[in-house]
Every structure is written in structure tokens, then in C-alpha cells.
Write a protein that binds this ligand. Structure first.
Ligand SMILES: NC(=O)c1ccc[n+]([C@@H]2O[C@H](COP(=O)([O-])OP(=O)(O)OC[C@H]3O[C@@H](n4cnc5c(N)ncnc54)[C@H](O)[C@@H]3O)[C@@H](O)[C@H]2O)c1
Length: 300
């Protein structure tokens, strides 16, 4: 099993910044890359705030927070970020063309021993791996949002992933404090497939006028013991990301995953969730990084 010392994270959005934060806390030298300087700037301040908060709450020692912050570096190009990495975790938007572009580039610039992982929520890792000359070193590492709170890591084995690569990813996941499940590649893996189905059904119910968004959330929380309602959750995930997942599941698994027209309409209207200030609900600040208070105002 190859030793991982340096982790590069490509894409500093909701997930990339969380993964970089966790990797630095896990003791890895971590380089976070995004093509948007603004994304890197807001990632840096959010990671600082997260580490400070964890230290203030006594979850980690102040010295560990400081050490994690020092282990983090930022880069504006994939080349700069990934050249020295032992493990690269890609977290760019959920579109196959973007993933393929990044993995083609990573395969050229990374050492042959470097493991390439995707944080995709649903897409085929085998298809992504096929654009590289190291398919046996490519796999899925599916983290959950928010990364610092969610315990699970789905490690996804693609057709060609070898045992050593799988074992290294499991080991890294454990060092990041995650419970790991290893699954065989399949569209949407375990979690996104179930979650997309529930979330899509909730949009159909909303468009049919069966109940208000707030009441559908309340029903699932209090009646089914879900920690979050489907609309609170989709606002956190991003409606655009959820739509990409559903479109892929619809193409690969069939009619039962056809995206609800109301979800499609919200995305067209720019209602992407917390990150745009408005999704199903409205938020007090137009920021994806500050956990603004839910106004619980119905958004249809
Ligand atoms: N949002 C969630 O709850 C969630 C949970 C698990 C997995 N995922 C998956 O994680 C991935 C990222 O999702 P997200 O929610 O963090 O998206 P996001 O839109 O918040 O962030 C994506 C980031 O990637 C950057 N980017 C785009 N193209 C790039 C490129 N070519 N090179 C470098 N950076 C680039 C963007 O500037 C942006 O900052 C997706 O595959 C998604 O399915 C998301």
C-alpha cells in the first residue's frame, strides 16, 4: 500500500474546501486548487473559521488547528496543485465533460504512482478512469456535506481499481475520521441513488400542491426521523448539483428518476440553494459559506 503524504484537492467549492480542511486536519500536506481566485479566497477564510470554531468548542486542540492551517496551500492551476501529490481528489461540478478534462490532465502531470480520486456523487468512475493510462489507480471517494460533520465516506471501486489503491483510500478515509463503506460502482452509488429518489419525489409533491415545502420537510423529520427535510437538504446540496445527478440517473437507470419539472424550473431561475441565497427557501445572506439562518419562508 503506497504511503500518502500530500493530497491535492481540485475544485474549492462546497465540497473541495471541506475535503481540504479534513485532509489537513488528518495530517496531510494539502493543496487546494480552483480556477476562480474568489473561490480560493472564500475557501481559505471558511477553513480558518471552521478550524477556529472547532478549537473554540474544544473539538480539536488550538495547536492542531494551527498546524492544519499551516499544512494548507492554495494553487490557481491544476499543474501547480497536483504535480507533487500522492493522492488527488477532484471536486469540480457534477458534469462528465469537466471530470474527463481534469483526469486527462492529471494523468499527464502526476507521477505514475499517484492515486486519482473523484468526489462525484453519481457518475461512472470507470468512464472517468478510461481516459487515463492508470485505470487501476482511479477510484471514487464520495464525501458528504458538510464534510467536517458527516461521518461517512463511500469508497467506490471501479472496474479496474486494484486492491492496493482501494486499501490506501480506505486508510486515508479513516485518518480523516470517517467511517468507510466500500461499494462496487453503480450509478448514484448507495447514498445518492436513494437520496435523489426521495428529493425528486418531494419536488413532485410540492408541484402537485400536496403540502407546503415546510410541511413536507416537517413530515419527513418528525414522521420518518430524517435529520433534515428533503428541501432543507437540497438547498444545502445545491439544486443544480441535484439536477445533474437526477439527469444522469434518469439516463442510466430509467424513467423513475425523471427530474421533477419544478426542480428544473428552479434551476433555470437561478434558485440554486444556500449558495445563491435562494433555493426552495430563502436565506438571509447570499453566501454558500456562512450557514445563513433558514427563514422557513416557502419558496414556490
Ligand atoms: N454539494 C454536495 O452536497 C455534494 C456532496 C457530495 C459530493 N458532491 C460532488 O462534489 C463535486 C463538487 O460539488 P460542489 O457541491 O462542491 O460544487 P460547487 O459548485 O460548490 O464547487 C465546484 C468548484 O469547482 C470549481 N471548478 C469548476 N471547474 C473547475 C476546473 N476545471 N478546475 C478547477 N476548479 C474548477 C468551481 O469554480 C467551484 O468553485 C460534484 O461532483 C458533486 O456531485 C457534492
Amino acid at each position: 500500500m503506497g504511503e500518502v503524504k500530500t493530497v491535492a484537492v481540485i475544485g474549492a467549492g462546497i465540497m473541495g474546501r471541506g475535503i481540504a480542511n479534513a485532509a489537513a486536519l488528518g495530517g496531510y500536506d494539502t493543496i487546494l486548487e480552483d480556477l476562480l481566485p474568489n473561490a480560493l479566497r472564500s475557501a481559505q477564510s471558511e477553513i480558518r473559521a471552521n478550524l477556529d470554531k472547532a478549537a473554540a468548542l474544544g473539538k480539536i486542540k488550538p495547536a492542531d488547528a494551527e498546524a492544519a492551517f499551516r499544512r494548507l496551500a492554495y494553487a490557481g492551476t491544476v499543474e501547480e496543485a497536483a504535480r507533487q501529490a500522492d493522492l488527488v481528489i477532484e471536486a469540480v461540478p457534477e458534469e462528465m465533460e469537466s471530470k474527463i478534462e481534469i483526469f486527462t490532465l492529471l494523468d499527464k502531470i502526476c507521477r505514475p504512482t499517484t492515486i486519482l480520486a473523484s468526489n462525484t456523487s453519481s457518475l461512472s468512475i470507470t468512464e472517468i478512469a478510461a481516459v487515463t493510462y492508470r485505470a487501476q489507480k482511479v477510484l471514487g471517494m464520495h464525501f458528504f456535506n458538510p464534510v467536517h460533520k458527516m461521518k461517512l465516506l463511500e469508497v467506490v471501486r471501479a472496474l479496474e481499481t486494484d486492491d492496493a489503491t482501494l486499501a490506501t483510500a480506505v486508510e486515508v478515509g479513516r485518518r480523516l475520521g470517517k467511517e468507510v463503506v466500500v461499494i462496487k460502482e453503480s450509478p448514484g452509488f448507495v447514498t445518492s441513488r436513494i437520496n435523489a429518489m426521495i428529493g425528486n419525489e418531494a419536488f413532485y409533491m410540492l408541484q402537485e400542491g400536496i403540502a407546503s415545502a415546510a410541511d413536507i420537510d416537517k413530515a419527513l423529520k418528525l414522521g420518518l426521523n430524517h435529520p433534515m427535510g428533503p428541501f432543507e437538504l437540497v438547498d444545502l446540496v445545491g439544486l443544480d448539483t441535484r439536477l445533474h445527478i437526477l439527469e444522469y440517473l434518469h439516463r442510466s437507470l430509467g424513467e423513475k428518476f425523471r427530474p421533477a419539472p419544478l426542480l428544473v424550473q428552479y434551476v433555470k431561475a437561478g434558485r440554486l440553494g444556500r449558495k445563491s441565497g435562494r433555493g426552495v427557501f430563502e436565506y438571509s445572506e447570499a453566501s454558500g459559506t456562512k450557514s445563513p439562518e433558514l427563514l422557513a419562508k416557502e419558496g414556490n
